[in-house]
Design a binder for this molecule. Structure first.
Ligand SMILES: *Cc1c(COP(=O)(O)O)cnc(C)c1O
Length: 450
C-alpha cells in the first residue's frame, strides 16, 4: 500500500477547482507549515506563495500577533453565536471597527463564515426588503461576465463563469452584463472612453428592458479577482454609478479580495472613487487565519433592514458561527496589522516595483497584456500579440507555466490564459525579485518549448 502523503490525499479527500488528470500526473502537494510568504511541503520543499494562499494570507503564514490574538481569545471565550439578542463583546467591537474603517459614516454589519455566504446573505437581505417594502417583484441581481462572487447557490448564480452550467446555474433572475475589460472586449478602433460609454449604455438598456423596479442590486468587484485580476476600463464606475442612482438600484461592492489593502487603498471602491451602498468583505478580513465574511451595510440599507426586521419581528437568517468571537478577535488584529503595522504601507511601497516587474515580463512576444492594481495583477498569454489571438486551449499554456513555477519553488495561479499574482502584503523587495526571476524563467522555458 502506498502510504505517501500524496497517495493518502488522493485516496480520501476531494479538492476544489482542481484539474484531476494533471494532479494524477503530478501528485498532490501536501503542505505542513509556512514561514513569512513561503509554504513548506511534506518533502521539505519551500515555495514562495505568490497567491497569498487564496488571496487571503496577506500577513504571511506565521504571523505571531495573529496567532496570539487567536490563542488569547480561545483562552478567554472560545465560541459563541449572534442569535436571539446575544453576541460576544468582540463581535460588538469588530462591527464598530469595520464601520470606522469603512467609507460609511454609519452602518451595520452582519457576519458569515465565508465570502459566498456573505453574498447569499446580501441577496436574502434584498429579497427580504423587497417583500417588506411591498415591491415583491424587485428580485433580479445584475453582475458581469467573468465576475467571481463565490460558490453557494446565490453567489454561484452571481458568478459570471461558464463552468456553473454543470450545476444548471445561474438561477433565474441573475443577469450578467459585459465584462468591462477594454483590452479583450473593446472593438477594433473603439477608444477606451467609447468602450466605457458602451458599458454604461448596456446597463441603461438592461434596466429599461427588465424594468428598474425588478432589479434588487448591481454587484461588482472593484477589480475582478478570480476572473483574472481585471481592473475596470477607465471611468467605468463613474459612468455606471449615476445610472444606478437614477433608478434607485443599490450598488454593492464585493471587496472580498480588494478590501483591506490589496489595491493600495483600504477599499477598492476608494481606489476607483465610487461610493457603494454595501460592502462584502472576507478573505483579508482575518488575513486567512479564520473563516469569516461580513456584509457591511451603509446607512440607507442598514436603516431599511432595521425597519423591515422590526415589522417582520425578525430577519430569519444567520449562521451558527456568525460573529464567532475568535474570528472577531483575529479580524480586529488583522485590521490593525494591515492598517497600523505597516502592511498597507508596504503594498504602496511595493506597487511601483510590482508594476515595473510585470511590465518587463509583458515585453515577451507571447504576453498580450499585463494588468492589475496595487499588489494584484495578471499576465495574459497570447499566440499572437498583435491580433491578441489566444493559444489553443489544449496546449494548457497557463497551467504549464504555473506547473513549471511550482517545480522552481513558486506558486502562482493559472486563470484562463493568464497567470495571476497577488503576493502577501509582507513581501520584501528581495522576495519580489525572486518571484519575478522564477516566473521569467518559467515563461521562457514554456514558450520556447511550445
Ligand atoms: C473568494 C471570493 C468570494 C467567495 O468567498 P469564499 O470565502 O470562497 O466563499 C466572493 N467574492 C469574491 C470577490 C471572491 O474573490
Amino acid at each position: 500500500m502506498d502510504t505517501s502523503w500524496e497517495a493518502r490525499a488522493e485516496a480520501a479527500s476531494f479538492y476544489g477547482f482542481t484539474d484531476l488528470p494533471s494532479v494524477h500526473q503530478r501528485g498532490t502537494v501536501v503542505l505542513t507549515h509556512g514561514q513569512g510568504p513561503y509554504v513548506v511541503d511534506t518533502n521539505g520543499r519551500r515555495y514562495l506563495d505568490a497567491n497569498s494562499g487564496l488571496w487571503n494570507m496577506v500577513a504571511g503564514f506565521d504571523h505571531p500577533g495573529l496567532a496570539a490574538a487567536a490563542k488569547a481569545q480561545y483562552d478567554r471565550f472560545p465560541g459563541y453565536h449572534a442569535f436571539f439578542g446575544r453576541m460576544s463583546d468582540q463581535t460588538v467591537t469588530l462591527s464598530e471597527r469595520l464601520i470606522e474603517v469603512s467609507p460609511f459614516e454609519r452602518g451595520r454589519v452582519f457576519y458569515t463564515n465565508s465570502g459566498s455566504e456573505a453574498n447569499d446573505t446580501l441577496i436574502k437581505m434584498l429579497w427580504f426588503l423587497a417583500g417588506a417594502e411591498d415591491q415583491p417583484q424587485r428580485r433580479k441581481i445584475l453582475t458581469r461576465a467573468n465576475a467571481y462572487h463565490g460558490v453557494t447557490l446565490g453567489a454561484a448564480s452571481m458568478t459570471g463563469k461558464p463552468y456553473n452550467s454543470v450545476f444548471g446555474l445561474p438561477l433565474p433572475g441573475f443577469l450578467h452584463l459585459t465584462c468591462p475589460h477594454y483590452w479583450r472586449e473593446g472593438h477594433a478602433d473603439e477608444s477606451e472612453a467609447a468602450f466605457t460609454a458602451r458599458m454604461a449604455r448596456e446597463l441603461e438598456d438592461t434596466i429599461a428592458r427588465e424594468g428598474a423596479d425588478t432589479i434588487a442590486a448591481f454587484v461588482a468587484e472593484p477589480v475582478m479577482g478570480a476572473g483574472g485580476a481585471i481592473p475596470p476600463s477607465a471611468g467605468y464606475f463613474q459612468a455606471i454609478q449615476p445610472i444606478l442612482k437614477k433608478h434607485s438600484i443599490p450598488l454593492i461592492s464585493d471587496e472580498v479580495i480588494c478590501g483591506l489593502g490589496r489595491t493600495g487603498e483600504v477599499w477598492g471602491c476608494e481606489s476607483y472613487g465610487f461610493m457603494p451602498d454595501a460592502i462584502i468583505s472576507s478573505k483579508v478580513l482575518t488575513a486567512g487565519y479564520f473563516p469569516m465574511g461580513a456584509v457591511i451595510l451603509g446607512p440607507d440599507l442598514a436603516d431599511r433592514l432595521q425597519a423591515a426586521s422590526e415589522t417582520a419581528e425578525e430577519f430569519p437568517h444567520g449562521f451558527t458561527a456568525s460573529g464567532h468571537p475568535v474570528g472577531c478577535a483575529i479580524a480586529l488584529k488583522a485590521i490593525d496589522v494591515v492598517l497600523n503595522e505597516g502592511l498597507l504601507d508596504n503594498v504602496r511601497t511595493l506597487t511601483p516595483l510590482f508594476e515595473e516587474g510585470m511590465a518587463r515580463l509583458a515585453e515577451h512576444p507571447n504576453i498580450g497584456e499585463w494588468r492589475g492594481k496595487g499588489l494584484m495583477g495578471a499576465l495574459e498569454a497570447v499566440a499572437d500579440k498583435d491580433t491578441k489571438t489566444p493559444f489553443p486551449g489544449h496546449l494548457s499554456v497557463s497551467e504549464r507555466i504555473a506547473n513549471t513555477c511550482t517545480d522552481h519553488g513558486l506558486i502562482c495561479r493559472p486563470l484562463g490564459q493568464s497567470i495571476v499574482l497577488c503576493p502577501p502584503f509582507i513581501l520584501t523587495s528581495g522576495q519580489m525579485d525572486e518571484m519575478f526571476t522564477k516566473l521569467q524563467g518559467a515563461l521562457n522555458e514554456v514558450f520556447s518549448n511550445l
